[in-house]
Design a protein around this ligand. Structure first.
Ligand code: ADP
Ligand code: MG
Length: 937
């Protein structure tokens, strides 16, 4: 029997557990045990399970695991059952339980785990609940349920808070500890609801007012939910324990109010775990082949595992507890859910076609736990008392049946569309921002490159243009040079042609010509030789009488020398006589005046002596000492008196007096006194009145001395119209005077008038003569400078030219001194300017006098002179000349065109450059010549 019973038990147990021989409750899970193989597994492992479940809708098999726990005898049992053995005998190592039928017979049952009265709460949790909790964390639903008679330790096993003794903590507390430890607060969440089911009514243990919560089933998935039930998010263990305590308080209160015992109601703790995991790309691409590349980096999945911990009402039959005073209907209602659960488990265990899930709220709520997709662990609690043997047996059988229930575990995993969308939004924003940034950078880069390119292009263009222009100018200059040379050759050839040496004469003719010339030469030579012979003969004839002639010549020379000596002596005597005569004249004068005034002649004693001394002096030899003595004497005699002698009737007196005054005038210290005393008037008077050459010469010298001082510009004025220069010719000081007049005093507003005066007085003739004779560069400079100034006077153009001024000016260049050349260039520029002005005003017609007088050659030669003053004047002169069409042809033939072209290009002074350019382009003759020569201007 026993064996039969055992067989029965074994049969029942073995049939359920035949596939799972392992001693470990945990390891007896089917292959899907992978999710339960450890709390902290790599995400890839869980991922694999996840993707597998996604691909396989059927899930993986997972039988309901059942453990049995024996409560130790309580105080009452220790007393009451003291004489009796326990109704069960446990063989935990064999996972077997023997239920005594009587003293000699028992039934043996095999469970997934057999937990003795000594099993710790920790061990119970680890073998019963921990694998379920791990599955929940992996995204499966899980159920831990306690079934058993009231007082056998269901609540002890599941619900103890263990606040005072942590080792007493039950499955609920320990589950939450493990869950919280495994979640990441940033991405995961856990929330709980705590409910009580009593008489088919669901009450909210977290909110007692919420006492009739409906069950809503999703018709598509079959998932049940309890809308309206309080859901509290759990952040930490402490708050969860508080929630449990609150729920327990409310449970007691509710049962009191309903006049029930907690043992008659079912308590359900629902823990929802939501975890975010990153899915594999493969999983995503297989789901949606059209998924864009954007999706690839993000494969957010959310796993929603639900753990249900069910503390069932006591499983004892209601009849037994009739003391509670319920009616039969009530009792049926109270137990409806539990019996419906039994029925369902029976149906599932027997693989019935119909499972009456909908018969009760409990079975509806637990439909996923039995025959569903959840991993389910059932702990059946039993007491040791033989008095409750029947209830214990019933509990054991319940457990045995439950072990036959096979679930199909399915991971509760879905795409986290919200998270995906949120992440995609962020990603999109980032990409847009990045794109905008790149676009902006790209545009800036394009702009920068464009600018750079433009800059480079313009630089290259500029360089190219510059190089081109340089090359063009160089070519033109070369071209000009060669054209110039060709032109010159042409002119030379033309000249040769004119002389009959042109290229038209053939070689033979030329030879004949040469021969003819040679013949002529030979004839001429012969004639010359004959002439020489003849002359030689004649010379021989003359040689004989020459000896006598020589002595006669010597005689004549000697007598000539004697004559010269005599002449000198006579001259000296004349001088002495003249001085005596002067003295006598003075005396006669004195006598006359004395007679006229009736005074004595003694006052003239000093003057007589002065005159007698002056009479012995040669003015031009007068040294400083002599001059000083003259000055002293004149002081003694009185300047006024000396000056009065200038008007003497006696020519000799006048001569001596003028010599004295001239000597005094040579000293600057005396000049003012002489002028103040009216000496100038007296000197001028001499010039006007007397014909005597010596008097005039000496007087003119004195005036020149007086005039040399710049202070006396009025002196020049007063010389106007005096014919001063005409009788002062050939004297160096005259040139100085004119130069001074023309150049030094040119600042004066009288300059122009003075220039005219010079001209009137025949200054040009003087200057020309000096220019022709002088060798000293300074003299020539003065001559050229004076003429140059006169050249700048519009009124004097004609006269200056007609009197040979231009030629005289050009004549001075022979000395080659740069100072002289500079004056010449200035004079030419001045003249050209005046001419140009006159031509423009219509007062002059015809070509330039400068060209007519042959200045062009010198101008062209010096147009590029190294000395800049010379070059500038000539450049200006060329421009002035070129402004008048009438000069154009002469300028072209004289080679001035080349210089004008050069000036228009190379002159460092922009105004002159522009003037040359304007001049060239405005002249038709120049233009056509340039066209002919193919020269661009
Ligand atoms: P149930 O919930 O099944 O009605 P309880 O959990 O309330 O039973 O337990 C009834 C009593 O038995 C409690 O006082 C409890 O402390 C005690 N008890 C239950 N199981 C054990 C156990 N394994 N060890 C010690 N005491 C237990
Ligand atoms: Mg209880």
């Amino acid at each position: 029997m026993a064996s039969g019973a055992y067989r029965n038990g074994v049969h029942k147990g073995a049939s359920a557990a035949s596939n799972f021989k392992s001693s470990s409750f945990k390891s007896k899970h089917p292959p899907v045990a992978a999710p339960g193989s450890g709390l902290r597994r790599s995400s890839s492992a869980s991922l694999g399970a996840a993707s597998g479940s996604l691909k396989d809708d059927r899930g993986v098999p997972g039988r309901v695991r059942v453990a049995v726990r024996l409560r130790p005898r309580n105080a009452e049992e220790l007393v009451a059952d003291a004489d009796f053995a326990d109704c069960v005998e446990l063989q935990p190592e064999l996972k077997r339980l023997k239920l005594r039928k009587n003293n000699w017979d028992s039934d043996t049952y095999e469970f997934d785990e057999v937990l003795t009265e000594f099993a710790s709460q920790k061990r119970v949790y680890e073998v019963v609940a921990k694998p379920v909790v791990e599955s929940v964390l992996d995204g499966y639903n899980g159920t831990v349920m306690a079934y058993g008679q009231t007082g056998t330790g269901k609540t002890f096993t599941l619900g103890r808070l263990g606040e005072e003794d942590t080792s007493a903590r039950g499955i609920m507390v320990r589950s939450m500890e493990d869950i919280l430890a495994d979640l990441s607060p940033e991405t995961d969440s856990v929330s709980v609801s705590y409910l009580q089911l009593y008489m088919e009514t669901i009450q909210d243990l977290l909110d007692p007012a919420n006492d009739n919560i409906p069950i809503v089933e999703d018709p598509r998935t079959g998932d049940v939910s309890l809308p309206g039930a309080t859901v509290v998010e759990v952040r930490d263990q402490q708050s969860f324990v508080e929630l449990l305590r609150l729920g327990e308080t409310h449970r007691i209160a509710a049962n009191t109010k309903l006049n029930t015992e907690s043992s008659r109601s079912h308590a359900l703790l629902m823990v929802n775990v939501k975890r975010s995991v990153m899915g594999r790309e493969a999983a995503l691409s297989s789901e949606d082949d059209n998924s864009s590349h954007l999706v690839k980096p993000f494969k957010p999945l959310v796993r929603k595992g639900k753990l249900v911990v069910v503390d069932l009402a006591g499983s004892e039959r209601i009849q037994k507890s009739g003391s509670e005073g319920h009616t039969l209907e009530e009792a049926k209602s109270i137990n409806l859910s539990l019996s419906a659960l039994g029925k369902c488990i029976n149906a599932l265990a027997e693989n019935s076609a119909h499972v009456p899930v909908r018969d009760s709220k409990l079975t509806r709520l637990l439909r996923d736990s039995f025959g569903g997709t959840a991993r389910t662990s059932l702990i059946v609690t039993i007491g040791p008392s033989p008095r409750h043997r029947g209830e214990t047996a019933s509990t054991i059988l319940f457990g045995q049946r439950a072990m036959k229930v096979e679930n199909m575990l399915k991971i509760k995993e879905e795409f986290d569309y919200k998270s995906l969308s949120r992440k995609l939004d962020i990603q999109l924003d980032k990409l847009i921002a990045e794109n905008e940034r790149q676009q902006k950078a790209f545009e800036e880069e394009v702009e920068r490159i464009t600018l750079e390119a433009q800059k480079r292009v313009s630089e290259v263009e500029r360089n190219y243009a510059d190089a081109l222009e340089k090359e063009r100018l160089k070519c033109q200059m070369e071209y000009m040079e060669s054209v110039k040379q060709l032109e010159e050759k042409l002119v030379t050839n033309k000249k040769k042609c004119c002389n009959g040496e042109g290229p038209g004469v053939s070689g033979a003719e030329e030879l004949a010509e040469v021969k003819k010339l040679l013949q002529n030469e030979i004839h001429l030579r012969k004639a010359a030789e004959e002439e020489v012979d003849y002359l030689k003969n004649r010379l021989g004839q003359f040689t004989q009488p020459e000896a006598g002639g020589n002595s006669e010549i010597l005689k004549l020379r000697k007598s000539l020398e004697d004559e010269a000596h005599k002449k000198k002596k006579l001259e000296e005597e004349i001088t002495i006589l003249q001085s005596q005569l002067l003295q006598l004249t003075f005396e006669a004068d004195r006598m006359r005046r004395c007679l006229e005034r009736g005074g004595s002649g003694n006052a003239f004693t000093g003057l007589d002596s002065l005159m007698s001394q002056v009479g012995h002096l040669h003015l031009k030899d007068a040294g400083n000492g002599q001059r000083a003595s003259i000055a002293t004497l004149s002081e003694q005699v009185g300047l006024q008196k000396v000056l009065s002698l200038l008007e003497s009737e006696d020519a000799n007196v006048r001569i001596h007096a003028v010599k004295v005054v001239a000597n005094l005038a040579a000293e600057e210290a005396n000049q003012e006194k002489i002028v103040e005393a009216g000496g100038l008037s007296s000197l001028l008077m001499l010039l006007r009145r007397f014909e005597d050459e010596t008097v005039r010469r000496v007087a003119a010298g004195a005036i020149a001395n007086l005039a040399m001082n710049g202070k006396y510009s009025w002196v020049y004025q007063s010389l106007k119209g005096l014919g001063f220069l005409s009788f002062y010719s050939g004297i160096q000081s005259c040139v100085q005077y004119i130069y001074h007049f023309c150049v030094v005093t040119s600042f004066s507003d009288l300059a122009e008038a003075n220039q005219e005066l010079i001209m009137v007085e025949g200054g040009i003739g003087l200057l020309s003569m000096t220019a022709a004779e002088a060798e000293d560069p300074q003299t020539l400079r003065m001559v050229a400078g004076a003429i140059a100034n006169l050249c700048g006077n519009d009124k004097l153009q004609m006269k200056l030219r007609s009197e040979g001024g231009i030629k005289a000016l050009l004549g001075t260049v022979r000395c080659g001194h740069p100072d002289v050349l500079s004056q010449v260039a200035r004079g030419i520029a001045n003249f050209a300017k005046c001419e140009s002005r006159a031509s423009s005003q219509g007062t002059k017609t015809g070509g330039s006098f400068l060209i007519e007088d042959g200045a062009l050659q010198w101008i062209v030669q010096n147009a590029n002179n190294e000395a800049s003053p010379i070059r500038r004047h000539i450049e200006l002169a060329l421009c002035h000349l070129a402004q008048h069409e009438v000069n154009a042809k002469d300028m072209i033939s004289g080679g001035a065109l080349w210089e004008l072209v050069r000036i228009s290009r190379d002159c460092s002074r922009e105004d002159i450059r522009n003037l040359a350019h304007r001049t060239l382009t405005s002249s038709p003759t120049f233009r056509s010549e340039l066209r002919r020569l193919r020269i661009e201007c």
